[in-house]
Design a protein around this ligand. Sequence first.
Ligand SMILES: C[S@@+](CC[C@H](N)C(=O)[O-])C[C@H]1O[C@@H](n2cnc3c(N)ncnc32)[C@H](O)[C@@H]1O
Length: 349
Amino acid sequence: MNYIGSKHTLLPFIEQTFRQISDGSEKTACDVFAGTGAVGRLFKRLGLRVMANDIQYYAYALNKAYIEINEQPRFTRLRQKYKGEFARLGDVPAAVTERTLAFVNSLPVAEGFIAKNYGPAGGRFYYSEENAGKADAIRRTIEDWFAEGIIREDEYFYLLCSLLEAVDQVANTASVYGAFLKRFKQSALKPLTLKPLTLYNHVTGCRAFNRDANELIEEIECDLLYLDPPYNHRQYGANYHVLETIAAYDNPELTGVTGLRDYPRSRYCQPRAAREALEHLITSARAKHILMSYNDEGALSLEEIHRILSLRGEPKTFSQRYNRFKADSNREYKRDATVEYLHYVRVIR
Ligand SMILES: C[S@@+](CC[C@H](N)C(=O)[O-])C[C@H]1O[C@@H](n2cnc3c(N)ncnc32)[C@H](O)[C@@H]1O
């Protein structure tokens, strides 16, 4: 998923840095601002037991799937219920997943919250009429199947995660959901299609949370604490409100031309509150290593971050040039590359 602040392209840098700071004894990692789960997935791939957390429900749903699930689900009860759809299919998980997704992708369109509010029928153009109706049909079916006990919790989040990835692919936006385009772009006219998820490594006991990082930090303990808070005033809840509603499917009240829902305001998006929140987070952390991504254009200065990390040990900084995330291709940015930093402290106090 194309996501503001995603560390997808920075994973080699993060892995390399982790290898430098590691003493080989680390077993657990916690990613408390997990977003797409890209970094948690890296640590899982490296064999660590991961806890991934995000305040946004769509991010929680992604992490429930990518972090908690170890293998393609078998959809046993679903196959029993729809015997005809799954006839002559062995018990090979990849084939079962493919057939399940084909079944879901072929559901007839339905009129629900997405079509009424995010499609042309609702006067908004986030999705084509066809894709909005398909998204409603799939979202509702997943919910019904779970409520009826036809799919288990892991299967529910597997399908929900695949749906979120799929709707993001066909969204008619410049990038984020702060606005929709007035005319449908090519990719938005492609049919909504759920695809199998790429799952990493078999590590049992990985968990996803949907909490404020500053609350969760009081309750967890890990060898490596990875921090990737928002850098600036742009609230994720506002920029990804459509994904939030599709994930939660909770019929929220929407306002304005863009159909914004109410959303949690992150303290990390305001300089003063961010300083206090980060200081609390770092001083409360029960971890051996703290590794934090934060670039030189954030609400907090690098000196401030250094000062806060010094409360726990001797801070060190690793850096690399990084291509800027372009939220809106029509806007001109002064620079198209930025230096990305990993701030580190080995906790000794
Ligand atoms: C820079 S993004 C993380 C990107 C992630 N590392 C990735 O690669 O996709 C910051 C994330 O922090 C989340 N967030 C903001 N405030 C939070 C808070 N107080 N507690 C937990 N998560 C928060 C946002 O929803 C967003 O997903």
